[in-house]
Write a protein that binds this ligand. Structure first.
Ligand code: TRP
Ligand code: ZN
Length: 469
């Protein structure tokens, strides 16, 4: 019913009609549209308002030969307000149909927004199921910093990496880290291909139609940028860490030899991380090593990071540390990236300190003096901007977020001593486990947990401009 039509009717008739079309009487709240973005300071249109997702069931069918993806996304969410319509983020692809609560829904698309108008308004608090059927050839996106993300094709398949907003290239969703959900990702591929995703492989079924169906299950909450799917001819290794975390790694055959050493240490690294940061937050671990040159970076996709070519041991430690810092404790907004990258970089410093390499103090000093003999990255421009306030969206993965972020943590350690510092790291991971946190949450928590006033560190190292004296 369009407004144009309504305006031609007399007022009482309009009221009666509204009651009819919404199926409710005057005392029921009329739904209103959910917001089309969550007003993230760097990616204002990412995510959507008015609901929170509990679960995504993605059923994907991918053929590497023609690059066509056929998908069904079943999204179970809870309305946080009465909704007449709501948005999902989706980039490219063709939507073939949308249902809400099993009934056909109207929808339209503008830019990366898919607006869904259910046949009936949703009540505040209502748990509702949306099914989106879609297909097409997914396209990668260029980030503000020029990096490629989203659905990336490889020589024999594809891999999905979604930081910060690339996941909208392969499934519709509430694509902002503040809305975490559990996932079931089922991928059907031609026989001979592997399909790898997050979590645990529930089943692998060879169909009679020459296709293989891989059903992946992620019970722990996951931010959508950490969801992945990789299709290709991979060598798969499975196992278990000493403390019982399931291991599943998929490595491109050409990268197998060079990956064996670093990835062979993953079980040991998981145990080490448990000792330093508290229990590993997920039921499984592993790696996806895509052909070298596919991407210009690695990504900490949940439980199973994606590496472009064989990783170094330091990189495996970095992506492993993200499982606590970034994946389990996720940023509230993209401004909080240093909570991911500063912590993961500091974890690398701790790993070398614990394994006969330079200490974190030595690496901190190397950055102050630019000594690349101690740390090959020590001459990077870590002082270009304050880690807690990147100038713009093109800076959220820039050097200060990583290196000066790590230096912030080392300054805290210098101030409070090892015992309090490591209790802080563990406490932070434990108290925000599987949740979201902001920089303000961290600074308040650090002062409370250590019992110290750390304002000078925040002012100078976290928010201050230029090189600290
Ligand atoms: N978060 C990734 C890591 O540190 C790196 C990363 C992801 C990245 N996307 C990026 C770096 C885009 C530069 C540009 O492991
Ligand atoms: Zn990182």
């Amino acid at each position: 019913m369009e407004l144009r039509t309504l305006s031609r009717l007399a007022a009482p008739a309009v009221a009666a009609l509204l009651a009819l079309t919404t199926g409710c009487t005057g005392d029921t709240v009329q739904g209103r549209p959910g917001a089309s973005g969550l007003r993230d300071p760097y990616f204002p249109r990412a995510g959507n308002g008015g609901y929170q997702v509990d679960h995504y069931a993605l059923d994907l069918d991918y053929d590497p030969a023609d690059g066509q993806l056929h998908g069904t996304a079943v999204i179970t969410a809870r309305a946080e307000q009465a909704l007449s319509s709501f948005n999902l983020d989706l980039s490219g692809l063709n939507v073939k149909g949308v249902t809400v609560q099993g009934e056909g829904a109207r929808y339209n698309r503008t830019g990366n927004e898919l607006t869904v108008r259910p046949a009936e308004d949703l009540k505040k608090g209502e748990v509702f199921r949306t099914e989106v059927d879609y297909s097409g050839k997914p396209k990668a996106l260029a980030d503000p910093d020029g990096a490629e993300e989203g659905w990336i094709t490889t020589e024999d398949g594809a891999v999905a990496v979604g930081e910060p907003v690339g996941s909208m290239t392969w499934f519709p969703g509430n694509h902002h880290p503040s809305d975490k959900a559990s996932y079931d990702i089922t991928i059907t591929v031609p026989r001979g291909y592997e399909a790898v995703s997050n979590g645990e492989l529930r089943s692998r079924t060879e169909g009679t139609d020459g296709r293989t169906v891989f059903a992946w299950h992620s019970p722990e909450p996951m931010a959508s940028y950490l969801a992945t799917a990789a299709v290709g001819r991979y060598k798969v290794t499975t196992g278990r860490t000493p403390s019982g975390v399931g291991l599943y790694s998929a490595v491109a055959p050409a990268e197998e030899a060079a990956s064996a050493g670093p990835l062979g240490r993953l079980p040991e690294m998981v145990e080490w991380g448990g000792g330093r940061f508290g229990p590993y937050p997920f039921a499984s671990t592993g790696a996806i090593v895509v052909p070298a040159g596919t991407l210009g970076y690695a990504l900490e996709t949940q439980g199973r990071p994606v590496y472009s070519g064989a990783p170094s041991a330091d990189l495996v430690v970095h992506e492993l540390a993200h499982q606590w810092f970034g994946d389990s404790v996720s940023p509230k907004s993209w401004k909080d990236m240093w909570l991911n990258e500063g912590f993961a970089t500091y974890a690398e410093w701790l790993w070398t300190e614990d394994h006969g390499g330079p200490t974190a103090q030595e690496r901190f000093e190397a950055f102050l003096t630019g000594d690349t003999d101690v740390d090959e990255d020590a001459d990077k421009d870590w002082a270009a901007f304050p880690p807690a306030a990147p100038p713009g969206p093109q800076d959220i993965s820039a050097d200060p977020v990583y290196y000066r972020g790590a230096m912030v943590l080392h300054r805290i350690r210098q101030e409070v001593g090892d015992e309090r510092f490591f209790a802080l790291l563990r406490g932070w991971a434990e108290d925000h486990r599987h949740g979201n946190a902001s920089t303000a949450d961290f600074t308040a928590y650090a002062e409370e947990k250590t019992g110290r006033d750390l304002k000078k560190i925040w002012d100078v190292w976290l928010y201050g401009k230029g090189r600290p004296a």
